[in-house]
Design a protein. Structure first.
Length: 86
């Protein structure tokens, strides 16, 4: 475990968001979440804005879901974040 430095790397952000989301949803790992999500039409999603960890259930191909905190279309499904779904 290490505290996040103030980096603005988007690719690193994706992995962090997946980790946060898996933790929020009670999965042991990102892989377990992806495996579970890939058999379901409704999957966990998370806002990808820096500093916002809003999570909600979204459709598996959601990449512009509404974030209730940011009021922007920045919620992506875990499958999109993991690039499982095209
Ligand atoms: Zn947000």
């Amino acid at each position: 475990m290490h505290q996040g430095s103030f980096q603005e790397e988007k690719s690193m952000n994706r992995q962090e968001k997946l980790g946060i989301l898996a933790n929020e949803e009670g999965f042991d790992s990102v892989d377990a979440m992806i495996e579970s999500a890939s058999t379901d039409g409704v999957v966990p999603g998370i806002c990808v804005n820096d500093g916002c960890d809003f999570t909600t259930e979204v459709e598996d191909d959601t990449r512009d879901g509404h974030c209730e905190y940011c009021e922007t279309k920045t919620v992506q499904s875990c499958l999109i974040l993991a690039e499982v779904t095209e």
